[in-house]
Every structure is written in C-alpha cells, then in structure tokens.
Design a protein around this ligand. Structure first.
Ligand code: SF4
Length: 230
C-alpha cells in the first residue's frame, strides 16, 4: 500500500476536532481538485510502499485511541478494507475521510467523513483537459453517497469558496433524498493559509447561521498553517 505519511496529531476538522489521533494518509486519488491541499497524495502521489503489519506497528507506537484513514482517496487504496478491519479489531475508533466516490462495501468505519466535491473543485479545463473531464464525471455520485449515509454514522464536510456554493450544496442534499440533519453538514472555508481562512470565515459563519449548517473551522491551519505531517 502506498503511504504518503503516518503521523500523530489532533483532528483538525469535523465532529472530532481536537481529538488526538493517528493519521494514515494513503497516496493516490481519483480526483484532481484545483485547490487540493495534499497534492503529494493526488496530483503527484508520493510515498513508500508499506505492508499492513508495518502500518499497524506504526499506529501502535502512538498513544491515540482514534485513527483517521485519509488521503488522497483512501477508498481506492488496495487493502484498505483489510487495514480498517485490522485496526477495528485492535479497538481503534476509525474515521474514514473520503470524497464519497467509492462505495463502502462493508469497510469497518465508526465515522464516515464525507466530503463530496463541488464545482469549485474542478481543475482548470485548459491546463488539464483530461483530468477536468474525469474529475467532473467522478466527483458527485449520489448513489455512492447514499450507500455511506444508509450504513454508517456520518458527517458531511463541504469546502466552500464563495457564497454561491450554498445553492449547489442545497441541491446536492436534496438530490440525496434522505433526512440529513443540518448540524451534520459542516461548511469549511477553502483555505490553505490562516489569512484566507479568516478572510472567508465571517461570511460563511453568517450563511451557516441563516441556513442551520455547522461552521467548521480548520484547527490544524489555525495551529500550524499549511504544513505536512501535522
Ligand atoms: S479529493 Fe482530496 S486528495 Fe483528492 S484531489 Fe481532491 S482534495 Fe486532493
């Protein structure tokens, strides 16, 4: 399994913000978001091949009770289901961070952190014509999202770049045809720097107040900025 990094930190986003956790970042993604903050796991996938035993041993070196499977897109990593099953058997709480473009098919998971991508994520058509087409054909798959929502505890995390994104989010939620509690829908300002996050926070906070969504600050950017391994 190609692993970009394994590190011990605090969860930076979502319902478990602040919880000490070990992050396993697989390398490789089936999308190419224009603003991807982990290009070393998507646009230019880096990493070391690691066996399941090596990964589990690395996790066990840390005192955390929570593990986050992230990427890239962890759901396309070969043996991800075996890894999740092993970690679950060892008693870890497992969060799977996914863009929800790959069906869960029974993967062990305590919290599905679903981050379907909006139109704002599309890579530049002129610079990346092939990836633009693949990205747009892949990023939103309501049937796959429903398969997660119907079988797992979940949260949604949407990356927002402009107030106009809100209509797209409302449309996607409606299309799911499920009762999605508004507090399970977290809206995060797209930001790789503290300055951008703080710039976008005020209008996003107001939109969350008006529509009942949950505002999601990004603790890791607040604490460490845009750095790897934190
Ligand atoms: S889905 Fe995530 S890892 Fe993949 S390109 Fe988009 S932001 Fe990057």
């Amino acid at each position: 399994m190609l692993i970009a990094e394994i590190f011990h930190s605090l969860q930076g986003e979502g319902e478990l913000t602040g919880v000490p956790s070990v992050f396993i970042r697989t390398s490789g993604c089936n999308l190419r978001c224009a603003w991807c903050d982990t290009p070393y796991a998507s646009w230019k996938p880096e990493g070391q091949p690691r066996t399941l035993d090596e990964i589990v041993a690395e996790v066990e070196r840390h005192p955390a009770e929570h593990v986050v499977l992230t990427g890239g897109e962890p759901m396309i990593a070969p043996a991800i289901r075996e890894l999740a099953a092993e970690l679950k058997m060892l008693g870890y709480h497992l969060t799977v961070e996914t863009a929800a473009t790959v069906a869960p098919e029974g993967i062990a998971c305590d919290l599905a952190s679903l981050s379907p991508k909006l139109l704002n994520s599309a890579p530049d058509r002129a610079a990346h014509p092939e990836w633009h087409k693949r990205h747009e054909a892949t990023r939103w798959q309501p049937d796959v999202v429903r398969a997660w929502v119907d079988h797992y505890a979940y949260q949604f995390k949407f990356v927002v770049t402009a107030p106009t994104d809100l209509e797209e989010i409302e449309g996607m939620l409606q299309k799911l045809d499920r009762e999605i509690p508004r507090h399970k829908v977290l809206l995060m300002p797209e930001a790789r720097t503290l300055a951008t996050m703080r710039d976008r926070a005020p209008w996003l906070v107001e939109l969350c107040k008006a529509r009942g969504f949950r505002y999601a600050h990004r603790l890791h950017i607040e604490l460490w900025g845009n750095r790897r391994g934190v």
